[in-house]
Design a protein around this ligand. Sequence first.
Ligand code: SAH
Ligand code: SF4
Ligand code: F3S
Length: 514
Amino acid sequence: MNEKQRLEGQQVQTANPSDKKSEKDYSKYFEAVYTPPSLKEAKKRGKEEVAYHKDFDIPQEFHGMGNGRKFYIRTYGCQMNEHDTEVMAGIFLGLGYEPTDTVEDANVILLNTCAIRENAENKVFGELGHLKHLKKEKPDLLLGVCGCMSQEESVVNKILKTYNQVDIIFGTHNIHRLPNILHEAYMSKEMVVEVWSKEGDVIENLPKVRQGNIKAWVNIMYGCDKFCTYCIVPYTRGKERSRRPEDIIQEVRQLAAQGYQEITLLGQNVNAYGKDFEDIQYGLGDLMDEIRKIDIPRIRFTTSHPRDFDDQLIEVLAKGGNLVEHIHLPVQSGSNEVLKIMARKYTREHYLELIRKIKAAVPGATFTTDIIVGYPNETDEQFEETLSLYREVGYEAAYTFIYSPREGTPAAKMQDNVPMEVKKERLQRLNALVNELSAEAMKKYQDQIVEVLVEGESKNNPDVLAGYTRKNKLVNFIGPKSAIGKMVKVKVTDAKTWSLNGEMIEELNAVEVE
Ligand code: SAH
Ligand code: SF4
Ligand code: F3S
């Protein structure tokens, strides 16, 4: 099927597991009417050109579909998913639905899922169990599963088999098809399943309802071609496809005009931005160099892959201004042997050299990272190398994880001689180090004045305001509500391990941008 057919003509596929009479009939039934997502298909990387669709619109026939109905989306996983939820919310509003904060009130509930680790998936299965009673009370409620888990055939099969409260399953490449999928779900009594295993498209003009009016996410690329041996993302998100620079720049300009104060450029491996362009030589450095000229106080990007972090980008970051000096640079392990088995395609030495270069070029640069402990057969010595690298870089924070096997990835087939007890112990030791260095980094702010973008009231105390510094430190402080959405100066009175407490000194005028 070509892109055009996929976008315009694709019939939504349905399956009705309740038709099954026996296990055997059930599988036969699926062969007849249902094509499951395929990780094998998703793994393929073709040379076909990326198709750009600039004219997304909600089809006329679906306008008003949501009148009198409410939607609720629960989001799991990374910023990519958070942003996809904003797009789906935009589509729902375009269809006439209203948002609601409670599942009991909703006529459509979507779980936008994450497949990165087993416990992420377990949470979703647990939630599907909790929501079952709502389906009984409200038979016309639609319950849907989307996001990365939907791209896994094992998950889709499990839902079809045991979670018949689910009405809709659709994948990460099918978000723009939400109107058609909902329509089909209303028309049919059967479970609606639409998961494409092959991507290819970049769709512009998707409507978005952003979660706030202070910070915004902007996708610069989709997918990942790195295939780290433990990771499911290249299968669930497809091949790397970059948005055209002019579309990104236009979106950031619009956000600046709307008063947004901070933009985070998003991609699974933003440093691969532009590598898929055949007509132009244009990378992340070029893009950042243009975006920094836009009148918006802070620009971040995530996530960086050390291998593709080039000198041109470092030169651009050195220009400072609205480009913040905090870089999230996942290292995963400090051991060359483990990095090799992970297929990260860099060495400890290469990584440390990169950090050295960035520190030299960008004054005050700080780093955070992601680390996996307990990789199959990781030895104590190899783990110690992770600890020593952590100290050597002097990270200010880290997301740390115990390795979780993901079906379909090469690492899942590896023999593993590390007992879970040992993995847990390593995680604890690593986390103790993470806390120690974070507390040390925070101490430096004691009695200092920091620049804070105020996001709102603190979660725990409405009398206190909360915001972040350029280096992404959470600051809780006393100040007037009128400061929300603004850039202010705060004097730090108490430095804790993970946050700073302080008092507001003054509001800053528009921050100057080159
Ligand atoms: N694209 C990003 C990572 C996205 S996933 C990058 O390459 O940096 C976020 C983090 O989850 C990863 O950095 C990794 O540390 C962790 N992770 C991914 N797969 C995992 C697995 N199978 N088990 C445990 N942690 C995993
Ligand atoms: Fe996963 Fe590696 Fe791609 Fe990150 S770069 S999304 S860890 S495969
Ligand atoms: Fe999870 Fe998918 Fe993001 S697997 S981490 S939601 S790309």
